[in-house]
Design a protein. Structure first.
Lengths: 284, 216
């Protein structure tokens, strides 16, 4: 009797799991290039302040998420802020689980892999070190242990084939870490000599801690944009047009102002330049 | 972020962890029993299939299995994944993985029963089914409870792997708060939550053990 029951239970589970698969609806992309009509699913790393993080009330916020929310307001979409595992971002985007990656996402070096919106922030990769480490130039980093976040733009830059490959090769070790808390703890404990990091994030991290400096010499200059699945021009065009509206209506600057003291300095904003540099794409 | 908000967020994350925990147990405990039957069965094909299933489940990381179950339908059949699929994939991956471990635990219990009990039951006229469910299985449950408790406690901690599928359970929330606060304190709070939850689980399992200890 109970054996039958167990059998029935298990069969039910197998059937229902099969059912779930076909449940996963096979509809084509809805209007506007969104995977689900009316829902703008933004993938972001929630451990990436000030671009995307959890605010004092436990809600997801950040410079990039507020921009996304403003876009949703214009379009009448519902914003679904989906924190993702940064290592799985390509799978999430390819499979349509998220509509875009909007999270301090570096364009440079990834041009062929994603469809990008117009750039809105000028970013640089910088070196953070402790005040008393005696490191003041990039040359001083020779023979030192430098940390970078896994799968980050800084890693691509310093690793083989990157623009700062030579500098990277001069380090004793290029150590990858998962999150900045760990990296800064290692910096403090002395197991790392320096950390290569995005300037906006560096500003945020240093503001919350004592005794760190950013080197004046930058590793590079690069830009942030919204990343879409390669070929999703429909959605990209909508977001570009909306960014233009947010810029001319002043909403973009309002949001930027809020984040000025959290690490996004006014001279990092480049949305205005993006539009004046490429007016012909807007006219189309 | 105030202390109350941090605790509130972690508690919310704990609820999500408990959802995974409870559903996984509900599915994997019976499934594991079925798998153990296949593992000990007479049919050679089923036996080797089940052997292979268990060896894959135990031999590859659960994190990889989560990714495979979740993204598999898209990459293999090009299916569009619905929003509900994320949670279902987590439950399926966890259940199928834990069923493999539970199957081996059941097997250890069932194979430890002396054959004399089967012979005695046959002489007394018990059918095979009722021999198993009325005589063997209740004793098996008593014997395997400590091992099951081990797995159950491991499961509580394994729920943190669900973040590889962007499911915001407690450890994920703790990491996010830690990033915002640029501090390690949220991890201490999370550790406390895990510890208390596991203490409750261990206490309940001990109670069940002593309740079943009716012959001594």
């Amino acid at each position: 009797m109970k054996k039958i029951l167990a059998g029935v239970l298990c069969t039910a589970m197998v059937i229902s799991s099969l059912g779930m698969i076909s449940f996963a609806d096979e509809t084509e992309a809805a209007a506007g290039g969104l995977a689900t009509e009316g829902k703008f699913v933004v993938g972001f790393d929630a451990e990436y302040p000030p671009y995307g993080y959890m605010d004092d009330d436990g809600n997801y916020t950040g410079f990039d998420l507020e921009l996304a929310a403003a876009v949703c307001e214009l379009e009448g979409w519902e914003l679904v802020a989906t924190p993702i595992d940064w290592d799985s971002k390509d799978m999430e985007l390819d499979s349509g689980n998220i509509d875009c990656i909007w999270n301090g996402f570096t364009v440079n070096g990834r041009e062929d892999d994603y469809t990008f919106s117009v750039p809105y922030v000028d970013n640089s990769q910088v070196i953070v070190t402790s005040e008393d480490a005696g490191i003041s130039t990039l040359d001083d980093l020779e023979g030192k242990i430098v940390g970078v976040q896994a799968d980050s733009a800084a890693l691509a830059l310093l690793d083989e084939g990157g623009d700062q490959e030579e500098l990277g090769a001069s380090f004793a070790e290029l150590q990858q870490f998962a999150d900045y808390n760990t990296a800064f703890a290692e910096l403090q404990a002395g197991s790392l000599d320096a950390v290569a990091i995005d300037v906006g994030v560096a500003n945020y991290q240093i503001a919350g801690r004592e005794g760190y400096i950013i080197l004046d010499e930058y590793l590079n200059s690069e830009q942030y944009a919204v990343g879409f699945k390669k070929g999703n021009n429909e959605l990209c065009d909508i977001i570009n047009a909306d960014l233009m509206v947010l810029l001319t209506s002043g909403v973009f600057d309002e949001i930027a102002e809020k984040y000025a003291e959290l690490g996004i300095e006014p001279d990092m904003l480049c949305l205005a330049d993006s539009f004046s540099l490429t007016p012909e794409t807007e006219a189309e | 972020m105030s202390f109350q908000v941090i605790m509130g967020q972690l508690a919310g994350g704990l609820v999500k962890s408990i959802e995974i925990f409870a559903l996984t147990l509900i599915f994997s405990l019976p499934l594991g029993l079925l798998v153990s039957f296949g593992r000990m069965g007479k049919n050679r094909v089923i036996r080797s299939l089940v052997w292979f299933y268990i060896s894959v489940m135990r031999g590859t990381p659960l994190m990889l299995q989560l990714l495979a179950v979740y993204f598999g339908p898209y990459y293999i059949w090009g299916m569009k994944l619905g929003r509900a699929w994320r949670f279902m994939a987590i439950i399926i991956a966890f259940s199928v993985n834990y069923a493999a471990y539970f199957a081996e635990i059941y097997r250890s219990g069932i194979e430890s029963m002396p054959p004399g009990q089967y012979e005695a039951a046959r002489i007394l006229g018990y059918s095979k089914t009722s021999t198993f469910f009325r005589i063997i299985f209740p004793q098996v449950v008593k014997r395997i409870l400590p091992s099951v408790t081990n797995e159950v406690i491991t499961l509580v901690k394994d729920t943190s792997l669900a973040f590889s599928l962007a499911y915001a359970e407690m450890f994920t929330i703790a990491k996010q708060i830690a990033a915002k606060e640029t501090s390690f304190m949220p991890f201490l709070a999370a550790a406390l939550f895990y510890y208390v939850f596991n203490a409750i689980v261990a206490f309940l399992m001990e109670r069940i053990e002593s309740a079943l200890n009716y012959y001594t």
